[in-house]
Design a protein. Structure first.
Lengths: 317, 297
């Protein structure tokens, strides 16, 4: 169980995490979803006592992380794949970590087997691929058999088999009654793995709901309608409590009424339709629309960039 | 909840549970064990410690050869007993045995800095603090392991230097006089000196969190600044303030207890000098510990 209350982190003038309050329940996988730079990693570092909150507090299993006497038995964390000295072998890294809690060598070999690191355990970490680094991070997280797991972007750099493995292990650990808190910037990843989702954007919580509910709520269907009498139709639809958006003159985007309802209404009012298209927004689109205003690094319009580039080349020639 | 996670290998989630994994409270002793493992599982440790031994033993041999050379030259000249004694104090057994201690100190400083900066630069520090969130315990364990290893290593190096130089010193009737308190103190003074230098560098490392910066600072404090002052003192020994500043430099104050202490024009009393270096070290280590404790990792 993780409980964050009014958590805030400021770096100079920039607010990375802004008054964040949430609870992560045991027995289920909770996804922590947000674009890059939204404050996911900062929040997780504050949970682990690595970064000091500017305001607010966070507890794990009832206490601040730093107050636990066997921290590795409370929380296992994969904060980033490279929280390991590159000059040390994987096994020696785990042995050094295990020594702090008097964990037996047998357990070290167990987590090496569990994460499929047998063949590289005696190699130095500096030469590891991102995927191997992730597996070592997960091995270290599991070392103390913790009640709570915090995994920051655990599938980054993993091959498809590794991705599946992480999903399964996260679900399995949750099924044992543990708390699993897993961040991702990919909606699809969270939808596949998590039971509950907390969405963060620009340091603020945007949604906190069961995944099923979030999916239903977010992925609402819309209908695209093209008509020369669009304005007239819009008035009629609004009277029926549908949500209508003027995309461009003669083109409407309708929510809250399906295609057949719109068609029947148009027919009854003798309105000509040129197009009537049901549009199902994907989960990804729902997430994008939710976080659209809170994306830290907006990518520029590719077409515009391409045009500018070709223009420049043209003027040079 | 208490069952241990094992084996959902591959794509299967069919985990099996084995017996409980015993996980114990974090204690200082366990942190020491962890830091001990960390120290010896890095190649850089073996390189720095190995070169310390080689430097110390090599210098002892070289200095012994110098002694032989000088004695050969002097044997033609009749020397007054007083002159013989002054040469012995300049180039006595402790000077020969500990001849390379200043260089060994620099190598040990590199080790002391890297013990902490290596963790910050690789991100390992986050794993360290995840296991020991109180932070100061892990830092104290690091300092203890570093100090103990440096002390043992310097002692071993001195022993090796004694052995290597013994045949030549013996031939010239200059072997270490174990009953001479001053000579023996000069040797264990070298041990105290290198331990303090290692800890000083550890403190700098915790303050700067940057390997190159910390090593540069340690080299500046223990090599460059005293070197510059050495020249200044040679040309301006009439200026009192130059001599005053010089004798309170960390390296100069600290080496008052070592065989080279007597060779500086004006020097602090051995135990006062090493206490001055100890005080500098304490300030740097405490400052480093505060940054490590209160700043984001």
């Amino acid at each position: 169980m993780i409980e964050a209350r009014g958590l805030m982190k400021r770096y100079g003038a920039k607010t990375a995490v802004n008054d964040v309050t949430f609870t992560v329940q045991p027995g289920q996988v909770t996804g922590f979803l947000g674009p890059n730079g939204a404050g996911k990693s900062t929040t997780m570092r504050m949970i682990m006592g690595l970064d000091r909150p500017t305001a607010g507090s966070v507890t794990v299993n009832g206490k601040p992380y730093t107050a636990h006497r066997r921290p590795l038995a409370e929380v296992g964390a994969l904060l980033d794949a490279k929280a390991v000295h590159t000059g040390r072998t994987a096994r020696n890294h785990l042995l050094a970590m295990a020594a702090t809690h008097g964990i037996a060598t047998r357990r070290v070999d167990e987590v090496i087997d569990l994460t499929g690191l047998q063949s590289v355990a005696s190699k130095r970490v500096g030469g590891f691929s991102l995927g191997m680094g992730q597996r070592l991070g997960i091995a270290a997280a599991l070392l103390g058999d913790p009640r709570t797991l915090i995994l920051d972007e655990p599938v980054n750099g993993l091959d498809p088999e590794g991705v599946l493995w992480v999903r399964n292990i996260a679900k399995y650990l949750a099924s044992e009654g543990r708390t699993v808190f897993l961040s991702s910037h990919l909606m699809s990843e969270v939808a596949l793995t998590a039971d509950h989702v907390i969405v963060i954007g620009r340091g603020r919580i945007l949604a906190d709901a069961p995944v099923a509910e979030f999916v239903d709520g977010a992925a609402r269907k819309t209908v695209r309608v093209r008509s020369p009498q669009a304005t007239e139709l819009a008035e009629l639809l609004k009277a029926k409590n549908a949500e209508v958006e003027d995309v461009e003159p003669g083109l409407l985007q309708v929510r809250g009424a399906d295609a057949s309802a719109v068609g029947e209404l148009a027919a009854a009012s003798r309105i000509v339709l040129h197009e009537l298209t049901p549009v199902a927004s994907t989960l990804e689109e729902a997430y994008m629309s939710l976080t659209a205003d809170s994306v830290e690094y907006q990518s520029e319009d590719l077409a515009a960039v391409a045009a500018a580039t070709s223009h420049n080349e043209g003027s040079k020639a | 909840m208490s069952a241990t996670v094992t084996a959902p290998a591959g794509g299967s989630a069919s985990g099996t549970t084995t017996e409980h994994t015993p996980v114990h409270n974090v204690t200082f002793f366990r942190l020491l064990r962890s830091e001990w493992i960390k120290l010896w599982t890095l190649r850089s440790t073996w390189w720095t410690l190995g070169s310390t031994v080689v430097i110390m033993a090599g210098f002892a041999l070289m200095m012994a050869v110098v002694v032989q050379f000088l004695t050969d030259q002097m044997s033609d000249v009749e020397m007054a007993p007083g002159e013989q004694a002054s040469m012995n104090s300049m180039l006595g057994a402790p000077t020969v045995i500990a001849g390379g201690y200043e260089f060994a100190g620099l190598v040990v400083a590199v080790l002391g800095a890297m013990v902490i900066t290596g963790e910050y630069s690789t991100g390992m520090i986050r794993s360290t603090f995840a296991a020991a969130p109180g932070r100061l315990g892990a830092f104290a364990a690091k300092a203890t392991v570093l100090a103990a290893v440096t002390a043992v290593l310097t002692t071993v190096s001195l022993g090796l230097g004694w052995l290597i130089s013994y045949p030549i010193l013996n031939a010239n009737d200059m072997t270490l006089d174990w009953s001479n308190g001053d000579d023996v103190r000069k040797l264990y003074g070298v041990v105290i000196y290198t331990v303090l230098v290692a800890l000083f560098a550890l403190g700098i490392g915790a303050l700067l969190r940057h390997t190159a910066g910390a090593i540069f600072t340690a080299v500046a404090v223990f090599l460059v600044i005293p070197f510059i002052f050495n020249i200044v003192v040679a040309f301006a020994s009439s200026l009192d303030w130059v001599l005053d500043v010089n004798k309170f430099l960390p390296s100069v104050a600290g080496s008052a207890i070592t065989p080279s202490g007597a060779q500086v024009p004006e020097v602090l009393d051995p135990w006062v000098g090493i206490s001055v270096l100890g005080a500098y070290t304490l300030v740097v280590v405490v400052a480093g510990a505060l940054r490590l404790k209160f700043d984001d990792a």
